[in-house]
Design a protein around this ligand. Structure first.
Ligand SMILES: [Zn+2]
Length: 431
């Protein structure tokens, strides 16, 4: 690789858990090599003047289904079971590799434009998702989603999982890594989950699973196994600090203790939970107990966007109104959820999640000479409560500039939009 460096001069740096500071940042290849006031132009091949800009770590979206961007706007305002059975699953049956690639590219464009640099995805046709993540320049932890109720299906799903992980783990200059993903306790069996735990240990790969999204699935697990979902997962020997549980809405006190005991990582998806009327996860309470809770958007059919800036506001407002407590989930905590907690959730906090020397250059610059950041007294507050994401001007992942001054450099978005309209016609004509 040809060596290259980028100097971001005079940035206002907002790091999770730290006071705002003004400084310059030097990127050597893919790494933040120096943060100092003394850096000068001749230190770098390229200089970005960040005067009037806010520099933050790229957001980490810890639960996505990128391909579903192609299904955006399908089946709004329906209860979860009707939405899945009558709308989403019949449409998903028409999703080919090509269509999933287009949907995933569409998702990557949206994320880059709103400051996300890393995502955690599970779905099918994952080779297409990996290609889209690679082509877009983003970072992704990706997993083939296993659904199996019998041994024969499990065998097939093991084969699909192994094919995906062996082909894609640690590809795209290390930007694409793989996880193992049973869809949920209610769409698998104890044998599936036991295989997943063993495979995860052997391959040293995280596990990505949906748990306790709805009341009904909790009731179904209680009826089947005589215990609640996290109790069931504990009994199977499934839990560990490498488990990423998405949703975790309906939890007993004992389950919260179990999550804490095994250091299970959670992905909170408030917009999706609200839109599907699933319920409210006790996020404020769990953060206060020291549990790692991060933020995710879920797929674009149940959100309906992948905008982490908007998701932060929704998360904090939901905790406040749910707890009748205006102090619940303050701005600094939800910013941590969207950045460093996301990195911890994916087991990547040594690499990403903050603007620090030695970490990967996954960064984002926002224009603060704009409506939503004026008066410029409290950028963190403006980022969480005021911004809707339009101020993101430059996004960098792994030291590569993916968008500069709002111009995408990695993909031709007009071409992708045209491909998406075309793909949608195909899906709908088959319905
Ligand atoms: Zn999901």
């Amino acid at each position: 690789m040809e060596s290259k460096s980028i100097l971001i001069k005079n940035a206002t740096i907002l790091n999770p858990g730290e006071d705002i500071k003004k400084s310059s940042v030097l990127i050597d290849n893919d790494i933040i090599s120096c943060i100092s006031d003394d850096l000068i132009h001749k230190d770098a091949d390229k200089v970005i003047d960040a005067e009037g800009k806010l520099l933050i770590p790229g957001f980490v979206n810890t639960h996505t289904h990128l391909s579903m961007n192609i299904l955006r706007g399908s089946g709004d305002d329906l209860p979860l079971d009707t939405w899945l059975n009558e709308c989403i699953w019949p449409l998903e049956a028409n999703l080919t590799e090509d269509i999933c690639y287009v949907g995933s590219l569409l998702a990557c464009i949206e994320m880059i434009k709103t400051g996300t640099t890393c995502l955690n995805d599970m779905y099918f046709n994952m080779g297409s998702v990996a290609k889209a993540v690679e082509d877009s320049g983003m970072r992704g932890l990706l997993a083939y989603c296993i659904i199996a109720f019998d041994d024969e299906t499990l065998k097939k799903e093991i084969k699909n999982t192994n094919e995906f992980t062996s082909k894609y783990n640690n590809t795209a200059d290390g930007r694409v890594t793989t996880a193992i993903s049973p869809h949920a306790p209610y769409t698998t069996t104890p044998d599936v989950l036991k295989w997943v735990r063993k495979a995860s240990n052997k391959e040293n790969m995280p596990i990505h699973i949906h748990v306790s999204e709805t009341k009904k699935e909790v009731e179904d697990i209680v009826e089947l196994y005589g215990m609640r979902p996290f109790e069931y997962l504990e009994k199977l020997g499934f839990l560990g600090s490498d488990v990423i549980a998405a949703h975790a809405v309906h939890l007993s006190e004992n389950e919260i203790d179990i999550i804490k005991k095994y250091n299970v990582k959670l992905s909170h998806n408030p917009a999706s939970n609200m839109k599907l009327a699933s319920g409210v996860s006790p996020v404020d309470k769990m953060l206060k107990k020291g549990i790692t809770v991060s933020l995710g958007t879920d797929g674009a059919a149940s959100n309906n966007n992948l905008n982490m800036i908007e998701e932060m506001k929704i998360a904090t407002l939901l905790q406040k109104v749910h707890n009748y407590d205006a102090t619940a989930l303050p701005a600094e905590k939800v910013f941590e959820m969207a950045t460093i907690n996301g990195a911890k959730t994916l087991g990547m906090d040594d690499k990403i999640g903050s603007v620090n020397v030695g970490k990967k250059a996954d960064l984002c610059l926002l224009d603060i000479n704009t409506n939503y950041f004026t008066p410029n007294v409290n950028p963190l507050s403006h980022l969480v409560y005021s911004s809707v994401g339009g101020e993101v001007s430059t996004t960098i992942c792994n030291g590569e500039i993916l968008m500069e001054n709002k111009k995408l450099l990695c993909v031709d978005e007009m071409e992708v939009f045209a491909m998406a309209e075309n793909a949608t016609e195909k899906i709908l004509s088959k319905k």
